[in-house]
Design a protein around this ligand. Structure first.
Ligand SMILES: [Zn+2]
Length: 222
């Protein structure tokens, strides 16, 4: 009853197509849920191929290619700029279910890409941590969120080419010693994989200091 009233005065919109939702607990309308979750390819080979020659990862997966699914781009926008936190968690949970136990079998820890403290202050949350939480909810793999810090406030990557993106993030991260992750298999989590520059910078920052295996998960590939 109370949720019905709240919904009447504060209607909720689909996080991907902005259609008014009939039930206030949902994050996506049925059509978008179908497109982004049930019809997701949950691709497991592209990211590894995209990083070939630059970085060796054990495996990499994402929920959707957002050039093929416009709704995915809108969903990421809703998460970041309209604070649709639950949407990030739900999409990550569904990705974990899609990938199944075999993908996570050898992974010891989940490591979300950190946000710069300044950005954290303005946005109020780190979307990569929310995605990590969604993965953890379905796999019970612990999150280690303090082994990487973002020391440089980087400009938006949106209008940069591959080289500029790499130069922009190359030295953006620092490793904070976390002995428990040594010789372990880490799952790096980001919201979107574009050129892979951010993930590459994160993994190289960690592997410069310790030996470990790394895999990657993102909600989308651009
Ligand atoms: Zn929709």
């Amino acid at each position: 009853m109370l949720t019905d009233l709240i919904h009447l005065f504060f209607p909720k919109y689909c996080g991907a197509c902005s259609k008014t939702l009939t039930t206030p607990i949902d994050e996506l309308c049925l059509a978008c849920e179908n497109e982004l979750i049930f019809e997701s390819e949950a691709n497991c080979s592209d990211l590894k191929n995209a990083l070939r020659g630059r970085l060796k990862i054990i495996s990499g997966a994402y929920l959707n290619d957002y050039n093929k699914k416009e709704g995915m781009q809108k969903a990421l926008h809703s998460i970041k700029y309209h604070k649709r936190r639950k949407l990030a968690v739900i999409l990550a949970e569904q990705l974990a279910i899609k990938l199944g136990k075999s993908f996570f079998k050898k992974i010891d820890y989940i490591v979300p890409v950190p946000l710069h403290p300044k950005k954290m202050k303005t946005r109020g949350f780190n979307q990569c941590l929310l995605i990590a939480q969604g993965i953890r909810n379905k796999t019970s793999i612990p999150i280690v969120s303090d082994c990487l810090i973002r020391k440089e406030f980087t400009e938006s990557q949106t209008n940069k080419n591959r080289l500029e993106r790499w130069e922009n993030v190359e030295n953006a991260f620092a490793f904070k010693n976390e002995p428990s992750i040594k010789n372990k298999h880490l799952l790096l989590v980001d919201d979107v994989f574009t050129t892979g520059a951010t993930i590459e910078a994160c993994i190289k920052t960690i592997q410069r200091k310790i030996l470990c295996d790394c895999s990657v998960i993102t909600l989308a590939k651009a």
